[in-house]
Design a binder for this molecule. Structure first.
Ligand code: IFM
Length: 440
């Protein structure tokens, strides 16, 4: 089936600073918690680090040329806070500022709209040393950083997101410990960090709008669908409860102004301390909502979250491929809340790639994943969900956090030894899709 998209639909690709930039200590950049974490033996697969990554800091011009080749209308990237403010606050590193200045100008010259994310996990180490997101002072440092960037780039960038996936910052950083700063089993702390991130989002949104009222401000949440294991009423109830208690932890404060009552019941003493005024800050009006989605959870009343669904395909991340779950989730959130326009700010798949003798990467499975998911996005739009854009994760193969370079999500292949880039079949397919503005 051929499905057209609205003429102004935004087709893009996404990356994040630590995952692609490299130049971890160049031109005055400060250390981030990810520099510290990846330099700690045993934390990252193969001892990989983001020290060089895709060397985008030096190769950004070539990367913009590749984006043009793909016909991207938009590019979503994040700013490295310690590149701009080496210790997180105070002295500005002008060389860092210049890098983003030039990048943004380069994108605009190529007719590619920049979508900026302020924080995609690389907190300045100096701020972490003072408590990081556990310390409320950090919220004000973040706000100052946001306002500084708006003053510098607000004339050229319209759409700004505060945080990428606050849930992952909190859960993977303070519960599983798989991500920086690597703290384990701090259930209460994890929720407190989550709450502080949301208050920081609210404070920053206010400051950004004060600095430039024309901006559009949003946030990016990781939101996977939750499906019941069967039609059995017990499974249906278990899935509904799992959604309400856990998956609404950011949605509900943002769009209902308080945490879900079931979160209080299920999470009980894990719930964060909330200060007067916090919820109003969090729930201020957003111009758009970014959704990152890759898979779904399947919940059984008796067995909890199922690890393996028989007959399903899985990506290299061990994530089930289930595109219809994306449509269901999008429909659910837009029925449950009064949402602003949605952008799918990340969607994509890690599969093993093989460089063929013809010099190409025939990544059929990734291409198929993207086709299926983009189709479901279009169907969700037909259901009435207001979706304005779609960004593939990722533009380039890159540093996949604790997995290092072992997982490849790119529609452009990166040979890390030579930094040679090759557009994969999925990238060529995506370019055709963008040009035709339709999915087949
Ligand atoms: O690579 C990450 C990205 O940084 C945040 N969202 C999920 C992606 C794939 O794991």
């Amino acid at each position: 089936m051929m499905m057209k998209f609205p003429p102004d639909f935004v087709w893009g690709a996404a990356t994040a600073a630590y995952q692609i930039e490299g130049a971890w200590n160049e031109d005055g950049k400060g250390e981030s918690i990810w520099d510290r974490f990846s330099h700690t033996p045993g934390k990252i697969a193969n001892g990989d680090t983001g020290d060089v990554a895709c060397d985008h800091y030096h190769r950004w011009r070539d990367d913009i040329a590749l984006m043009r080749q793909l016909g991207l209308k938009a590019y979503r990237f994040s700013v490295s806070w310690p590149r701009l403010l080496p210790t997180g606050s105070g002295r500005v590193n002008l060389a860092g500022m210049d890098f983003y200045d030039r990048l943004v100008d380069g994108l605009l010259a190529a007719n590619i709209e920049p979508y900026i994310t302020l924080h995609h996990w690389d907190l300045p180490q100096s701020l972490y040393d003072k408590g990081g997101w556990i310390n409320r002072d950090n919220l004000y440092h973040f706000t100052d950083y946001a306002a500084l960037l708006v003053r510098r780039l607000g004339d050229r960038i319209r759409r700004w997101t505060t945080f990428n996936e606050p849930g992952v910052i909190a859960w993977a950083g303070y519960l599983s410990g798989e991500h920086a700063p690597g703290i384990r089993d701090e259930r209460r702390l994890c929720r407190q960090v989550g709450h502080h991130l949301m208050v920081a989002h609210g404070l920053a949104a206010q400051a950004m709008r004060a600095a430039n009222p024309a901006l559009e401000v949003g946030i990016v949440l990781s939101q996977w669908g939750v499906d019941p294991a069967s039609d059995d009423p017990a499974d249906l109830a278990a899935a509904a409860n799992a959604w309400d208690a856990h998956e609404t932890f950011f949605l509900h404060p943002l769009f209902a102004g308080h945490y879900h009552p079931l979160s209080y019941e299920v999470l009980a003493q894990e719930m964060p301390e909330i200060r007067p005024g916090d919820m109003a800050l969090i729930a201020q009006k957003l111009n758009f909502l970014g959704i990152n989605s890759y898979s779904r959870s399947v919940i059984s009343a008796s067995r909890g979250r199922l690890e393996l669904i028989s007959g399903s395909e899985y990506t290299e991340m061990g994530w089930e491929v289930c595109a219809p779950a994306l449509r269901r989730m999008l429909k659910k959130i837009s029925q449950d809340y009064q949402l602003p326009p949605i952008y799918i700010t990340e969607n994509g798949a890690a599969f093993q790639d093989v460089l063929s003798p013809d010099g190409k990467i025939h990544d059929e499975r990734r291409l198929d994943y993207l086709r299926q998911h983009i189709t479901q996005v279009r169907l969700a739009m037909q259901d009435g969900v207001d979706i304005r854009g779609y960004f593939v994760w990722s533009m380039l193969d890159n540093f996949e956090w604790a997995h290092g370079f072992t997982k490849r999500f790119g529609i452009i292949h990166v040979d890390y030894a030579t930094q040679k880039r090759i557009i994969k079949d999925s990238g060529e397919w995506y370019a055709r899709l963008i040009a035709a503005n339709q999915v087949e």
